[in-house]
Design a binder for this molecule. Structure first.
Ligand code: SF4
Ligand code: SF4
Length: 206
């Protein structure tokens, strides 16, 4: 699977407040307000270029994607909370280890990794445990192309997806085609290995 953004980013050091601001602007975007200026302001205020090393146009692209994801989450939220059978799709790139130290077995028939919970500080392990407690079927996917296969085999009402922005966009199209409602959590650090997402954001969505 190729790297969907042509740049790598790491927002894991940016204060949480940044994401509240994004949510606020996204809401306004949902209300069809113009948000270009607000995005520039957020980038300046949180020193995104300085902290991440991103250039301005990449930072704008990234924030626009975050906002679109948030706006779509808000739009779909009411429908999503009414769904019963739900699945969570997690990206394999957020595992603590990408080599044999990860004890997850890969089942090509699903297809999904099955987390063996070898490391209590592994993001995936924590996400799996929490979602399963809430009744979700959880999948750890090697790539977005697995999504349609799983959705055809099982009949879910609602799906939560964690991945980078590009994969979320593709996933959202698949869900729309299949009439399934979704919520998404974007990675805050990309790069296809050692990636990060925000667990609290995920928990609040589940
Ligand atoms: S906790 Fe699970 S996903 Fe994380 S490294 Fe261990 S087996 Fe792999
Ligand atoms: S979800 Fe992870 S592995 Fe997949 S394209 Fe995005 S960063 Fe790469």
């Amino acid at each position: 699977m190729g790297m969907p953004y042509e740049f790598t980013f790491d927002l894991s050091k940016i204060p949480r407040f940044f994401f509240k601001e994004i949510a606020k602007v996204s809401y306004e975007k949902g209300m069809h307000k113009r948000v270009g200026r607000a995005i520039d302001e957020i980038i300046r205020r949180f020193k995104i270029e300085e902290v991440t090393g991103l250039n301005l146009s990449d930072a704008v692209l990234l924030l626009e994607d975050f906002m679109e994801i948030q706006a779509r989450n808000l739009l779909e939220r009411d429908k999503f909370v009414q769904t019963r059978r739900r699945a969570l799709f997690l990206p394999h790139c957020s595992r603590k280890y990408m080599d044999s130290r990860c004890k997850a077995a890969f089942d090509p028939n699903i297809p999904s990794y099955i987390c063996a919970h070898c490391s209590s500080d592994c993001l995936i392990s924590r996400a799996v445990s929490s979602a399963e407690r809430k009744g979700y079927d959880v999948y750890i996917l090697p790539g977005g192309s697995c999504v349609p296969k799983i959705l055809k085999a099982k009949h879910y009402g609602g799906v939560v997806g964690v991945s980078c922005g590009e994969e979320i966009k593709l996933g959202a199209e698949t869900l729309k085609r299949m009439g399934i409602t979704g919520q998404a959590v974007p990675l805050v650090k990309n790069g296809c290995a050692n990636t990060h997402f925000n667990l609290e954001t995920l928990f609040s969505i589940l």
